[in-house]
Design a protein around this ligand. Structure first.
Ligand code: CS2
Length: 468
């Protein structure tokens, strides 16, 4: 039997559940990109917030591409469970905050109507780095953005609100970009300038795009996970999400209108989130990407396996030490505690977080994870050998060592590498006119470190293929 309004009372009593009347809650939030991360993070805070007494913050989730999540959750009336797993304990909660899932490409009008409903105040987004449709120079790629992007969806909703004389919205980016709110505001403005210039002044005056830092490791759920959850719950839950106990959310407190009091349930509402964001991107996400590329090169599948490999762990510890020097001094103490906890979080064996999930879209992730740190350290006259070793892992990945590469720029970048040849490919990509050029200007010493590590990985690959 499947989890739904009609069956949830049959869940074992140890499963925590909402204490509020779900049916009486109006939708207050529309969420674009309703994947596992949102369900275990923002929806989890919002559910507990309503449990603590806030009202009318039910979430209408929107899938930006396929109907998969809608098929998992709509037959369950939006109900699903979140299971927190540590090495030796498990804690499960039934969430009631999700009302429905709409599929943007199939239900455009319904999505616009939700965005334009008077009760909607916040639109949150987890559309991944790729979803922001940025060109390499950071500006909006209007061709990409014009077909079924978050910008197109938002523009229709904002236009309908403005025409109806309704208040503006808060657009809350929850993706791992530097200054995610600021980037969203700028890209949205670029989109409107082109597609609806008359709406731009209203957007800029009546809407707000606070920045946020989100943190929780949420592996993409597998059939095995769903099977394990069903056998523990006695009900099948196609929308089940597994995650770690750790959860953090820092939000710049700059909203256009009402918002849930997420601070009641542990979120940090602060005037400026830059220190949190820098620490998260340059420590956790940077280490994650290093684990992904080096771990796959060593034949591992999961984060906990890669972090247990002494050679990779040395690089990751080096990378964390390098990144830590770039954090604002006021944040150093908090970052030290955060950094100490990271290796334990990565070592959690029960999460089974796939390296291949993290390896996706490297070209979109590395600028804020590695290149910023490299540039800052270069400015301070410091070399960054550990991050350079991680770059070698990415080049190895880009050239197909771990199988097909899931990255919108994969072909273009691999072509540039091949055209340049082994000895020049690193500078061809990261040098001044390269497709990955940034404020970091790598020199010969960096090249030597990267290429030595790259050759080591190639030798490892040859060795592994001989012994396969
Ligand atoms: C990961 C993140 O897939 C990835 O690139 O680094 O999703 C990471 O798990 C989250 O940001 C953790 O908060």
């Amino acid at each position: 039997m499947r989890l739904s309004n009609a069956t949830w009372q049959q869940l074992p009593t140890r499963v925590a559940r909402p204490g509020y009347a779900r049916d009486e809650q109006q939708v207050g939030i529309v969420h674009l990109g309703i994947g596992a991360f949102h369900r275990a993070h923002q929806a989890w805070y919002t559910d507990r917030c309503m449990d603590a007494g806030d009202r009318h913050w039910a979430i209408a989730g929107v899938s930006m591409r396929s109907g998969k999540v809608a098929a998992q959750l709509n037959p369950q009336d939006g109900l699903y469970t979140v299971t927190e797993r540590s090495a030796d304990a498990e804690h499960c909660r039934l969430l009631g905050s999700l009302r429905e899932v709409l599929v943007a490409p199939l239900q455009r009008d319904a999505v616009t109507a939700r965005l334009a409903a008077p009760g909607t105040h916040v639109v949150s987004l987890t559309i991944t780095e790729r979803g922001y449709c940025r060109k390499p120079d950071g500006s909006l790629d209007s061709e990409q953005a014009s077909s079924n992007s978050a910008f197109a969806v938002l523009a229709a909703g904002l236009r309908a609100r403005c025409d109806a004389g309704l208040a503006g919205l808060t657009l809350l980016s929850c993706d791992n970009l530097a200054h995610n709110g600021r980037q969203l505001a700028r890209l949205m403005a670029e989109y409107l300038e082109r597609h609806d210039p008359l709406l731009l002044p209203w957007f800029q005056a009546d809407c707000a795009c606070p920045s946020t830092m989100v943190d929780r490791v949420v592996p993409a759920p597998t059939d095995d996970d769903r099977f394990a959850v069903a056998s523990r719950l006695g009900l099948s839950d196609e929308g089940a999400v597994l995650t770690e106990p750790f959860c953090q959310w820092a939000i710049e407190d700059r909203f256009a209108g009402p918002r849930p009091r997420w601070e009641r349930v542990g979120a940090l509402l602060v005037p400026d989130i830059a220190a949190h964001e820098d620490a998260k991107l340059r420590l956790l996400n940077a280490a994650h990407s290093a684990l992904a590329y080096l771990g796959l090169a060593h034949g591992h599948s999961y984060v906990h396996e890669a972090v247990a490999n002494a050679e990779i762990r040395r690089v990751v510890e080096g990378l964390l030490a390098e990144a830590a020097t770039t954090l604002a001094s006021a944040a150093v103490q908090a970052a030290r505690t955060y950094r100490r906890a990271l290796l334990d979080r990565f070592a959690n064996p029960s999460l089974r977080h796939r390296l291949s999930q993290i390896a996706i879209d490297g070209s979109q992730k590395l600028p804020q994870r590695w290149l910023q740190t490299l540039a800052l350290r270069q400015g301070a006259g410091q070399a960054s050998p550990a991050i350079c070793a991680a770059i070698a892992g990415w080049l190895h990945h880009l050239l197909g060592a771990n199988g097909p590469v899931d990255d919108p720029r994969a072909d273009e970048l691999a072509r540039a590498c091949r055209a340049a040849g082994r000895s020049e490919m690193f500078i061809a990509l990261f040098g001044v006119n390269g497709p990955m050029a940034s404020a970091w200007h790598p020199g010969d010493a960096d090249k030597t470190v990267v290429m030595r590590a790259f050759d080591g990985l190639q030798a490892l690959l040859a060795h592994r293929s001989c012994h396969a």
